[in-house]
Ligand binder design. Structure first.
Ligand code: SAH
Length: 257
């Protein structure tokens, strides 16, 4: 934490912010954790995609602000939302930013996290069921199938400027890939990925014994070899993996010698 961040935190006694995934719409697809945090919230800033049924479940005492596409007559920009989050955290102890689906999948959760952390504000992410999972289940489409599809692409469908561009820097998430880490690395390097592309290896994710190892693509085979335990592990390859080393308490790239 920089000195500036520390002094901001000292000057203002900020509350905590939860970035909460509200799921695809069906209130029963909210997680237990999301429900608990919503029940304890002092203020909830929510998007247009949040369904009426979910809003009806918020505690009466909490302040709610619709920061969706149109708030009153004015469009609320992302920057305005971020500023409002900081103001809210300076007034309230428990601030919830409730988003449709999952906050880290096309939800600008990353931008909000970065902004809040500049003020030294404590942020926790509560994942939600993303639209892809919810809609596929509703339509009975298996998103992967051993015989028909062994990878899944989630694409924003438009660039920052509106048009569609096939993604140049996708985030790759490998399930079941730890044993093949050497082969995966070689193939990705062969495909033109830079050897310094950030990677994260997450073992026993979300559990009390979670371990997050971070490094760069070149390190991935070594990192995978360190995973000798029996817990499940997931590998994330892509620029976004660098967030892990900045934000995860458990992450330490020194572990990846
Ligand atoms: N963070 C969200 C996505 C936000 S982007 C998530 O993880 O799901 C908003 C887009 O998600 C919509 O334009 C639509 O394409 C999709 N979406 C969200 N909820 C949906 C639903 N209930 N049914 C169909 N598509 C949905």
């Amino acid at each position: 934490m920089s000195e500036r961040t520390l002094s901001l935190k000292k000057e203002r006694n900020y509350g905590k912010v939860w970035l909460v995934g509200g799921g695809p719409g069906d209130p029963e697809l909210l997680t237990l954790k999301a429900m608990r945090v919503l029940n304890e919230a002092d203020i909830v800033l929510y998007d247009s995609l949040i369904s009426e049924e979910i809003l009806a479940m918020l505690p009466r005492k909490c302040t709610r602000i619709h920061v969706g596409k149109r708030c009153g007559a004015h469009k609320m920009t992302q920057v305005d939302i971020q500023k409002l989050l900081v103001t809210s955290a300076s007034r309230y102890q428990r601030v919830v930013r409730l988003k449709g689906g999952d906050p880290f999948i096309f939800g600008r959760g990353g931008e909000e996290l970065e902004y809040l952390q500049k003020f030294g504000i404590d942020v926790e992410i509560i994942p939600g069921i993303t639209a892809a999972g919810g809609c596929a289940a509703a339509a009975r489409i298996p998103l992967t199938h051993r015989h028909y599809g062994n990878a899944l692409m989630l694409d924003s469908g438009h660039s920052q400027f509106g048009e569609y561009e096939p993604s140049q820097n996708p985030t790759r998430v490998f399930y079941m890939g730890v044993k093949q880490a050497g082969m995966i690395t070689a193939r990705l390097l062969g495909d033109g990925l830079h050897e310094s592309t950030p990677v994260a290896l997450i073992i026993n994710g979300t559990l009390p014994d979670q371990e997050v190892l971070t490094g760069v693509l070149m390190d991935l085979p070594n990192m995978a070899q360190r995973h000798t335990g029996s817990g499940p592990a997931l590998m994330i390859v892509g620029e976004v993996a660098k967030f892990a080393s900045r934000n995860q308490v458990q992450a330490h790239s020194e572990a990846v010698a």
